[in-house]
Design a protein around this ligand. Structure first.
Ligand SMILES: [Fe+2]
Length: 340
């Protein structure tokens, strides 16, 4: 995929100098962190070029020109710690003392007017979470796996789902050819008949929650019956997990098979996310996957780290889910479930 923008080293340094000043921890005080970034924008501390880049992303999303954007050579923290593989989330709290990566993601979200989303029972309610291998989830279909991921969108089973995902390469080994595949929903529609699309728009399908979600919240086992196709070209689908609901008619099974064929046939884009890359793309208006094409250094593959955010399309999209959020923090989904 062709990058939308590549920072020069001078531009990277300029933005780094602004973001390194942030001392508030997004893990201890997200509201304080969010407001600090907001103040940087209001005080005109953000370099003009980056405001323009974000405006380009925002306008290409709105005009439907593109729902995927790749920025290269963006500023990251000076020190990128290694986490253990038994409890990497808690190890991050111990070891990560600067927040340049998080500040960059928050700034990108604010300048593209796409507010962040988090879940109380997932990653402790953090707005910034990690694609990082966790031993317990080896070879699962979760964000903590060390393996491949089939085509899907994130939190498929959950009623509140992000419009956009952003993945920031914090540590990626270039010789390990690990690719993020992207499949625009419009391309998928080209391979489905009107009739198949109409069936996919019916609530005839279910998706079980993944292992990481189930461990975080025992009430999350399987979704309610849902449509696979929504809006113009939003897909709610996780390959090999989403299936027809019990008692669904044969047309649901036929449409599901047609979708599986469409996924095989459709043109995909692939991105090898490298250290310093930001790949931001539609979660629901597209599907994505992870392929391990060639892993030359398995040790470094285990230490691959992408910092990740979920975001809404705009303020209006966030407000549609107001009933789900905690009173104190818009965007934080409250989930008073039994926890392990
Ligand atoms: Fe994903």
């Amino acid at each position: 995929m062709k990058p939308t923008f590549e920072f020069s080293n001078d531009e990277k340094g300029e933005l780094f100098d602004v973001l390194r000043s942030i001392k508030e921890s997004p893990y201890l005080d997200y509201a304080g962190f969010h407001n600090r970034i907001k103040a940087l924008i209001a005080d005109q501390k953000i370099p003009e070029f980056f405001i323009n880049v974000c405006e380009k992303v925002r306008s290409e999303r709105r005009s439907k020109k593109s729902y995927s954007h790749l920025l290269r050579n963006v500023p990251l923290d000076e020190h990128i710690p290694m986490f253990d593989q038994d409890d990497p989330v808690h190890d991050k709290y111990e070891k990560k003392k600067s927040f340049v990566g998080e500040a960059f993601l928050e700034l990108f979200a604010q300048l593209t007017d796409s507010p962040l989303l988090a879940y109380q029972t997932r990653n402790n309610g953090d707005f910034f979470h990690d694609v990082y291998a966790h031993k317990k989830y080896s070879q699962t279909q979760t964000q903590k796996t060390d393996g491949e991921l089939f085509f899907h969108n994130d939190r498929t089973a959950h009623p509140v789902r992000a419009d956009y995902l952003s993945l920031l390469g914090m540590r990626c080994c270039e010789s390990n050819r690990i690719y993020t595949g992207y499949l625009d929903g419009r391309t998928l529609l080209d391979h489905l008949t009107e009739e198949q699309q109409a069936t996919l728009r019916k609530r005839l399908f279910v998706t079980p929650y993944d292992e990481y979600s189930r461990d975080s919240n025992r009430q999350q086992v399987i979704s309610d019956s849902h449509a696979i196709l929504e809006n113009e070209h939003s897909f709610r689908y996780y390959d090999t997990r989403t299936t027809y609901a019990p008692g669904a008619p044969n047309e649901a099974i036929d449409a599901l098979l047609a979708l599986k064929n469409a996924i095989v046939k459709a043109n995909k884009e692939r991105v090898q996310i490298l250290t310093g890359d930001l790949f931001s793309f539609a979660n629901q208006d597209a599907l994505h996957n992870r392929e391990l094409i060639e892993v030359k250094d398995p040790e470094l593959a285990l230490k691959r780290w992408l910092l990740k955010t979920y975001s809404f399309r705009d303020q209006h999209s966030l407000q549609r889910f107001n009933d789900y959020f905690t009173r104190e923090q818009p965007g934080l989904v409250k989930e008073s479930a039994a926890r392990n």
